[in-house]
Design a protein around this ligand. Structure first.
Ligand SMILES: NS(=O)(=O)c1cccc(F)c1F
Ligand SMILES: [Zn+2]
Length: 268
């Protein structure tokens, strides 16, 4: 079972798709789209925001695959074995997958920015509300259906925990390739401090762009090496059959208007 969105059920997908993968130019009625620029001095400290509570079971890790947008590490989300709660959330959310967005150079690649600062890449850990819904596909259509943790990546020292994932990438170079991937603990990709974050109501950043995401963007980044990031760029958007191979880079969406939303911070 795939919890990504190949078969997009949303009405948005067919309207106004422009050539780039960026999805529709304007999402009809879209007033909570993602990603956004986080203007630090305009974020509002909320003392009610709690620390994040993640409880991930590495045994629920199943496969890694190239879906033609990014590569996804997918988890068994048929039970509450890998969960997220706390933070801004009222309910318990089940981890279903994580993936990344990155650039062709280290100068850009993230989806969110902080005071316009771009990072070379951004990790998204995708969870859905298992207190209220029984499937990801249901939750993705609801206001409070998803919670995504965003973590910025900076180029620096090698990330030991990431290497197992980097070593698997050459085996899924082409779109739609999938290999078994087990016993990976996504907690190793979180920064040491997960108490400091920004949170706002937004959307998926890839089609169908549904406005169902409680975003939790970590203030502290993680470091990966230049070579590790270079392996991300060796992936391809294209399937093995296609003549022209296109390297998978710049798979980020452009920033979206804030439309009066408030970004809250868990720290002063
Ligand atoms: N880039 S993203 O985290 O917004 C995202 C992408 C695809 C499926 C999702 F459920 C999702 F949350
Ligand atoms: Zn994403």
């Amino acid at each position: 079972r795939r919890c990504n969105l190949t078969a997009c059920s949303s009405k948005y997908v067919l309207s106004q798709m422009h050539p780039m993968w960026q999805g529709p130019l304007a999402v009809p009625g879209g007033d909570r789209q993602s990603p956004i620029d986080i203007v630090v001095r305009k974020s509002v400290f909320d003392s009610e925001l709690k620390p994040l509570v993640t409880d991930y079971d590495p045994d629920t890790c199943q496969q890694i695959w190239n879906n033609g947008y990014s590569f996804l590490v997918e988890y068994d989300d048929t039970t509450d074995k890998s969960t997220l709660k706390g933070g801004p959330l009222q309910d318990k959310f089940r981890l279903c997958q994580f993936h990344f967005h990155w650039g062709e150079s280290n100068a850009w690649g993230s989806e969110h920015t902080v005071d316009r600062r771009l990072f070379p890449a951004e990790l998204h850990l995708v969870h859905w509300n298992s207190d209220k819904y029984s499937l990801f596909e249901e939750a993705v259509m609801e206001d409070n259906g998803l919670a995504v943790i965003g973590v910025f990546l900076k180029v620096g020292k090698r990330h030991e925990g990431l290497q197992k994932l980097v070593d698997a990438l050459p085996t899924i170079r082409h779109k739609d390739s999938v290999v078994e991937f087990t016993r990976f603990d996504p907690a190793c990709l979180l920064p040491t401090n997960t108490d400091n974050y920004w949170t706002y109501h937004g959307s998926l950043t890839t089609p169908p762009l549904t406005e169902s995401v409680s975003w939790i963007v970590m203030k502290q980044h993680i470091e990966v090496s230049h070579d590790q990031l270079a392996v991300f760029r060796s992936l391809l958007f294209t399937s093995a059959e296609e003549e022209v191979q296109k390297s998978m880079v710049n798979n980020f969406r452009v920033q979206q208007p804030l439309r009066g939303r408030t970004v809250r911070s868990s720290f002063t």
